[in-house]
Write a protein that binds this ligand. Sequence first.
Ligand code: ASP
Length: 421
Amino acid sequence: MNLTLRILIGMSAGLVLGVSLQQLGFPLDGWVMVYGVNGLIDAGGTIFVNSLKLMVVPLVFVSLTCGAASLGDSGHMGRLGGKTLGLYLLTTALAVTLALSVALIVSPGEGAEPPEQPLSYVPSQPPSVKDTLIGIFPTNPVAAMAEGKMLQIIVFALLLGIAISRAGEGGARLKRFFDNVNEVLMKLITLLIQLAPYGVFCLMTKLFATVGWQEIYKLLGYFLTVAGTLVLHGAIVYPAFLVLLGRINPVTFFTKMREPMLVAFSTSSSGATLPVTLRTVEHKIGVSNEVAAFAVPLGATINMDGTAIMQGVATVFIAQFYGFDLAVGDYLTVILTATLASIGTAAVPGVGLIMLTMVLTQVGLPVEGIMLIIGVDRLLDMMRTAVNVAGDGMVATIVARSEGKLDLDVLNDPEAGRVIA
Ligand code: ASP
């Protein structure tokens, strides 16, 4: 049985078990919840997520060093970086614009029910632009790796790769070493993602045993507007980009991207999904290592179209709820700030909501508004993370195509990179 099918079975089984457990109404302090759902099942899910995270730092470092060492002297690096960054920003800005348009048409905030608890929210301080910029450049590569600072690792790997490509015979030996380590790490991911069906089962069971349906029901308008816009973005904007810029069949692309999208959905973390995304983009879609190793980790760190969509809808929702009228200039500010906020959003669960503070503050909306939507964010986080990851894969694929670095034989081979158990 192929892995995607096994992951889907794990997800469905977790969903059914979780919903049943919630329906049966086990007390929170009873043994089923304490030792079962919040004990063993939670441990299973966490171990799975940890096993993916385990791969992120070594993989990004080694894989990008190899990529930069291959590109090194070719002079293509600047163009590749520019295209990738440009597409990431463009797709995110389009995502917020789409979200604002849909939200203004649907008006989910008008007549929404206020929550029972009084609204109070202490926003955390977002870092300043200057600090963010300085923070990209590492002072200590080991510390950057230990702390998982992705942009710093990317910068160090790029510099190291360029130096390797210019260091003659010694550099060539080192490049062979990195290439070999890269191969071994890819093999390790292939082994670890065999755990995905079990991990996903645990994550889904825990989630659906504890998710608050009443909260979602109360905010159904907001929930459906975000979910609908995510689907629109994935079903219209991405295919349009794939066809127009990449001359790539979107059905083939999305069929190949199923595994990372399912893992992203289950883990709510594009960071934890990164190893699976990278493996898929290289081995199933056929993007060359030079492009994938740069575009995918960069995308996981700065490209969050799904998050930006949530922020766009949430801004309109909160404005309508509190009766604020936003002017055209405010909407442009939202587009700009949400695009920047998506760059600053860490690729872990729930951070998109924290970064929403930045957007709300820019247009003078009350940050307490975040409390209104916090209860429904868990499920939306899963959906938007799947879109975030699809966006990373799409940009990597289009850039590779435009650079002649997409292997069409791999793309069109349904068996490429498939894991069969
Ligand atoms: N969970 C999202 C991600 O990892 C970030 C967010 O929107 O909170 O991509």
